[in-house]
Each structure stands twice: as C-alpha cells, then as structure tokens.
Ligand binder design. Structure first.
Ligand code: TRP
Ligand code: ZN
Length: 475
C-alpha cells in the first residue's frame, strides 16, 4: 500500500532516479566537507545546518525571525520578480553568512540598508556585509531577485519548489524547494513568521499561508497580502497561483478558513473540503488545540506533481483529495508543522504520525480498526519494500518519503499504543504536540516522553520498530 496522498515511487521515471543517484554520491561527499569547513573559521556562518541528508540546506550563524516577501508573478511568461526582507539575529559574530537560493538572478543585497557584497555558489547566496555583525545583533537583509523559477529535483527524483502549472504555479517546498523562490535559511531547524505580498494577473489568485490581510486590483493586476504569525519552517511556505474558486469562513472555534479550488477539481473536492472543520475538531480532541489561527485547503490541478503537502495552515493538493488524505495533511499541522523536525532522518515523526491519524480516523468513523490496518501491513512478506529499511534511520534523503517511513512509522505508534494502553498512548500524543508546540522535537525526546508518561522502559520496542533492519519478528 503506497500512502494515498502520494504516488508510488515507481511512477517516477527510472532515468530520473538513476541520474539522481549518480549526482548524489560525489555531491554529498563534497558537501559534507564544505559544510564542515567554514564553521571552523569563527566569524563565517556555516553553509549548512549540519543535516547529513541535505548538507547545504539551512545555514549557520543566524536565525531568521521574519520573512517579508514581495513577489510578482507573470503567469504567461513564467517570470518572477521578488524582494525578500529578512529580519534576523546573529548567533555568532558574522563577517559573512549564507542564504539558500537556487537559480534566479540576484540584483542587489543590502544589510541594514547598506549595499552588501554577494556571490553565488551552488545553492548558496554568500553575503558579505560592509561591517561585521556582532553576536546577538538583530539585522535586516534585503535581497532583490528575478528570473524564471525552476523546481529542484530531489534525490528521490521528485520535483519540489516552484512548479509551473497551466494556469499558475504549484508551490511546495518539501524538503528543499523553498530556495527555488525565495532566499532562505532553508532547514526546519529555523522557524519564522512570514508576510507575503503577491501580485498576479487579474483573474488569478495567489494563496499563501496564514490569514488574508487584503486584496487589491490595480491596472489589471491583483495583489494578495497574507500573514503567517506562528513560526513556520521554510519548506511549509507556499505562494500557489492559479485560477481558483475561493471561499472564506470562520469555524465555530474561531479558525479562519480560506479555500482555493481549481474548477476542474471542484466537484470532487467539495464533499471532502466540507469535512475540514469536523476533521480539525476531531484532531483537536485527540492532539490538543489546533495550533494556528488560520486553516483551509488549496486544491490545484497539477497532474504531474504526484503528492500533496502539509503547507502550514493550508495544505496543498495536486488534485481533489480523499478524506483520508485530508486527515493526513491536517494531522501534519500538529505533527511536522507546529512540532518541527531538527533533522530529516526523524521524518517518521511527521509521516508515521500523520499516517497513524488516518488509521485512527478510520477506526473512529466506522472503518477498519488500527489493528486491522496494522495486520494487513504485517502480513507482507519479509522481502516487501515495507521492510527495506527501518523508519528511524532511512539512510539518506532519497528514502524519506518511502513506505517504511509512513507505514512502519505508523506501525511503531500502534505497537506503542498496545504496550502502554489507550489512556497513556493518547496522553503521549497530546503531550508531544503540547510540549513542543511551535518548536521542535527529536525521536530521542519522543521516546523519553513516552517512557515518562507510561513509566515503562520502551527502549526495546522503539529499537525493534524504529531501528532494527528487516521485518520485526514480534508483532
Ligand atoms: N509530506 C508530504 C505528505 O506526506 C509528501 C511529500 C512532500 C512528498 N514532498 C514530497 C512525497 C516529495 C514525495 C516527494 O503529506
Ligand atoms: Zn505526510
């Protein structure tokens, strides 16, 4: 069973996959060296966040508090003009620092209003401010850029980032694609608030994260202003553009909902999107209060994409989702969005949890029990792809969206539930979302929390299900 919200890996072409592998091996070695090097220099911000799966993702030496992005997209010419103003804080003295930006042409960089030196090196935009920034100092970086954004090809062959569609762009940044459309500290370790001001030809809608602050049409162009107040990882940002039917309402719990639906998907999407308030309410009962003030859905018609993304506050679908996919992306708002990864190897904390939410939804809404979902998977023979690697250690960025992460990740939670009982299990899920709300969590912290709440030694269980190679023999 490939999770329904994404296509089977086999759908991606063999050629793409082979190219990706060839490109990855020497690149990863060089990248590790490069990422390790500059940190030692003392006043130069590192070119990576230290994640071995994506060595150049993120940067060291500063934290971005806020992104103010002003974008203008020409849907016919596929040309993007952008200006990004980052409010950041130096976490060390900085004579130089990097941002991540892939492609596009940078015309000017300023630091605190003064023109700064810059150069491009792969996905790094290397910035040299006129004056060194002392540790703890708050500073503003402005980057002016333009060009035709191109998606990045991930190690597994899938495309992410700014993906053009026939009427706009499908903008999904997991794991690396944020840097295809704005300069960023592009790793989930760094979370920030965002403002978006996006101008598109009249008749198109630009949908980003958070609440809609304003819409204004002047001279055949419409500008949409969005505000994402709660901290967000760069990969969860979107600025999806298309011809959309839109709808806005506030739920009984005061959550501001904004839906945007491609008319080609409208009929199939309507009955599913209608369930969003009840799904969020059901999840709030299980996981604790919904973590954001805004919600909604973006249903695009992007047949080549092959996956959905839990863009913060407003998941993005490449076609009309089914209820299970809506439940999955909604569960990510707690697990993955509000509680972020510190390293991509912990991806099961996102995908295993969101998949287990699907099982729970089914169990509590007249469908299969979680035990039945578990049993169907456990019946797969030892040679099945499900057992190809343990979910706690996918091995490389190439594997982070494969079946073991989703399915064996969810099986791990089911084993935990059976070991500690329903009462403690649901206390654990809720405590995880509550104690790490708006921040980060690691697998080690989750294990510790589970042991604290249950009072049991769970090291054997987690070792077997998260880290042991092959099909676990004890079910
Ligand atoms: N996180 C998405 C989900 O499961 C899936 C996803 C995002 C994905 N980006 C991807 C899958 C790239 C494959 C390739 O909800
Ligand atoms: Zn997911």
């Amino acid at each position: 069973m490939t999770p329904p919200h994404r296509q089977a890996p086999g759908r991606r072409t063999a050629v793409l996959r082979r190219e990706a592998v060839l490109a990855t091996v020497p690149f990863a070695v060089a990248a590790l060296l490069a990422a390790a090097g500059p940190a030692a220099a003392g006043t130069i911000g590192a070119s990576g966040a230290g994640d071995p799966y994506f060595p150049f993702s993120g940067n060291g030496g500063y934290h971005v508090k806020h992104y103010d992005l002003t974008l203008r997209y020409d849907t016919t010419g596929r040309h993007l003009d952008g200006k990004a103003v980052l409010t950041a804080r130096a976490t060390q003295k900085l004579t130089r620092f990097d941002l991540d930006l892939n492609g596009l042409k940078v015309t000017r960089v300023t630091v605190d209003g003064t023109t700064a030196g810059f150069r491009r090196s792969g996905q790094e935009l290397v910035v040299t401010p006129r004056h060194a920034l002392r540790e703890d100092r708050e500073f503003h970086v402005t980057v002016s850029y333009s060009g035709t954004p191109k998606p990045v090809s991930d190690p597994d062959g899938s495309a992410d980032g700014w993906i053009p569609t026939d009427d706009g762009a499908f903008v999904a940044g997991e794991p690396q694609g944020a840097m295809t459309w704005f300069p960023a500290n592009n790793h989930p370790q760094d979370k920030s608030s965002y403002d978006f001001t996006i101008t598109v030809p009249k008749g198109r809608t630009a949908v980003a994260n958070g609440v809609l602050r304003g819409v204004r049409t002047v001279n055949g162009h419409t500008t949409f202003r969005w505000h994402q107040a709660e901290p967000m990882a760069a990969y969860l940002a979107t600025a999806t553009v298309g011809k959309f039917k839109t709808e806005q309402y506030t739920t009984g719990d005061g959550i501001q909902v904004f839906n945007a639906v491609d008319s080609r998907e409208a009929r199939a999407a309507a009955p599913v999107l209608k369930k969003l308030p009840s799904v969020l309410k059901w999840e709030s009962r299980l996981f604790g209060p919904y973590p954001f003030r805004a919600a909604g859905s973006i249903v695009d018609h992007a047949p080549d994409v092959g996956y959905a993304l839990e863009t913060q506050s407003r998941p993005l679908y490449d076609s009309a989702p089914d209820v299970s996919t809506l439940v999955h992306e909604s569960a990510h708002q707690w697990f993955g969005d509000s509680v972020s990864l510190t390293a991509w190897k912990d991806i099961w904390l996102n995908e295993g949890f969101a998949t287990y939410a699907e099982w729970l939804y089914s169990e509590q809404h007249g469908g299969d029990s979680a035990q039945k979902s578990f049993d169907a998977l456990y019946a797969r023979p030892a040679a099945n792809e499900l057992w190809a690697f343990p979910p706690g250690d996918p091995g490389s960025g190439k594997n982070i969206f494969d079946t073991p992460v989703y399915a064996r990740g969810a099986m791990t939670l089911h084993e935990l539930r059976k070991a500690v009982g329903d009462h403690d299990f649901f206390r654990i899920l809720r405590a995880w979302a509550t104690e790490h709300r708006g921040g980060h969590g690691t697998t080690a912290q989750f294990v510790k929390l589970s042991e604290r709440i249950s009072g049991e030694d769970l090291s054997g269980l987690f070792h077997t299900w998260l880290y042991a190679q092959g099909k676990p023999s004890t079910a």
